[in-house]
Write a protein that binds this ligand. Structure first.
Ligand code: FE2
Length: 354
């Protein structure tokens, strides 16, 4: 019935529990005595495909387990639909601990899940996973499912995952359906999240060249999309007490696939003024580390570095690498004095970064 285990994505103060059904079924998630149905406007969903059931973080964190309940459908008809048996799948769940949190960030796997998993396992165990874009282009459903399959393989539905879309996910006929396969808030791929004392903001630069670039064949409208994110960032600041300034927040991070504050050569030198404002707004939030990918090679830039085109108030980590069949990512340890970073690769090597 299930293609993989569920994946538990962190969005806002909720978890979006996502799983892919291979056959028609009603679905719900049970946590303790509470049941969360997969319904749309009062109608239970029954079609096969990707499902998303949103639950409060508090409920799952305190229960430490959840059950995916499925009721198979014989045939959905206008009158007296018959079901053909119930199934349930139990999963344990470990919320992010209060201190000394270990996280692993992957990105730029470009379909090489095997080596991405190897790189993460060099650093494992970790408390949560960050999937930072460019798992694949999105020509078809199989590619749209890759981020989910990677996250399911590495977490088994037992720990939280943070997802940020990469520019390559915008390419292909299935790209417009990708938001059904990844975590979103109000239909958009940018949002804030909380995991224990860690507060984060996920941003999405969209494509890496101007919307008018011939590569996009007229399909790109990312300028408007970025403008909406500027408004979103301003709203987050207006709601500071419930976001980054909440009393129990100990770390603030930004996860974004493209390393937009870095020097860019044409045709990648887009949105200078808009991205300058994003940097200022992230500074106002007290973000202590920007976590990026996209370049396929590591770089750690401190404010004022000559390789930056924009002024930032915290370090920028380009924390993924890809070269042939070598895939690398970043192991992050959130401690009281800051965030320790090491880099691990599918070849098995680990390098201390900071
Ligand atoms: Fe990229």
């Amino acid at each position: 019935m299930l293609l993989e285990t569920p994946v538990v994505y962190a969005v806002g103060t909720t978890y979006q529990i996502m799983f892919y059904l291979k056959a028609p079924a009603y679905a719900s998630v049970r946590i303790g005595t509470q049941t969360f149905d997969d319904a749309v406007c009062g109608n239970l969903r029954s079609m096969p495909g990707m499902r998303r059931i949103t639950v409060p973080q508090e409920a799952l964190d305190s229960a430490g387990k959840y059950t995916v309940c499925l009721e198979r459908i014989k045939k959905r008809v206008p009158y007296r639909t018959k079901t053909r048996g119930s199934f349930s799948f139990d999963y344990s769940f470990s919320p992010v601990p209060k201190k000394d949190v270990r996280a692993y960030m992957l990105g730029d796997a470009h379909e090489d899940l095997k080596n991405a998993i190897k790189a993460a396992n060099v650093f494992a165990p970790f408390d949560f996973l960050i999937v930072n874009g460019d798992m694949a282009e999105t020509k078809n459903k199989k590619q749209a499912l890759l981020a989910y399959r990677l996250a399911a393989s590495l977490t088994g539905g037992t720990k939280p995952v943070v997802y940020a879309r990469g520019n390559h996910e915008n390419r292909g006929a299935f790209a417009e359906l990708l938001p059904q396969y990844v975590p979103v808030q109000n239909g958009e791929t940018y949002y804030t999240f909380r995991l224990g004392g860690i507060w984060g903001v996920v941003l999405d630069c969209g494509e890496d060249k101007a919307d008018s670039h011939e590569e996009y064949g007229g399909a790109a409208r990312f300028h408007e999309f970025r403008l909406r994110q500027t408004e979103f960032l301003r709203r987050v600041i207006a709601d500071a007490d419930c976001e980054f300034a909440a009393p129990d927040v100990t770390h603030r991070i930004c996860v974004v696939h493209a390393e937009f504050p870095r020097v860019q050569e044409p045709p990648f030198d887009i949105e200078r003024e808009l991205f300058r404002e994003w940097c200022d707004l992230l500074g106002e939030m007290g973000v202590e580390l920007i976590l990026s990918a996209h370049m396929h090679s590591y770089q750690y830039l401190l404010p004022g570095d000559k390789d930056l085109r924009l002024k930032i108030s915290c370090p920028l980590l380009v924390g993924t690498s890809k070269s042939g069949d070598l895939v690398g990512g970043s192991g992050l340890t959130f401690q009281s004095g800051g965030i320790a970073i090491c880099l691990s690769a599918s070849a098995g090597n680990v390098t201390a970064c900071k």
